[in-house]
Design a protein. Sequence first.
Length: 148
Amino acid sequence: MYTATLQEAAGPSPYDVGLPEAGLGWEKVGPLFERYSVSLVGRLDEHWAGCYERVAQTSPSLARFRLDLAAGAVSFMCRATDGPVEVMSVLRILEGFLERVNREASFSVASPGAEPAPARRSGAPTRTSNAHVLEAPARHFGVKRDRS
């Protein structure tokens, strides 16, 4: 009861969109490219999607990530010749991108006069580390990751 009162006083909960514990989709797109997609977990709404688009416009390297809000997923393309190390590095970039969007969306909602859109929760709770998502490309390419 006391905890709920503290949360209500603090305002809306911050955005927590992240990568899931597992589930990196993959499909071949012609002879030169592969498309990877990952379902997002956490609070997704129109406000968060608007922040996603604004952050994506700040850097050309983020333009490769395509948000499908209806499906609650992000997809990206890689060359068919890219190995697991390259795919894992793209996932790390995506992870940082999502953290930045979460921060900006949370701050803008906390600003006076901001009104968040109705939220929907997608998937299971996120973990502190998303290293498990990076395992999927390694398994796909038959490479064992060094966990040191």
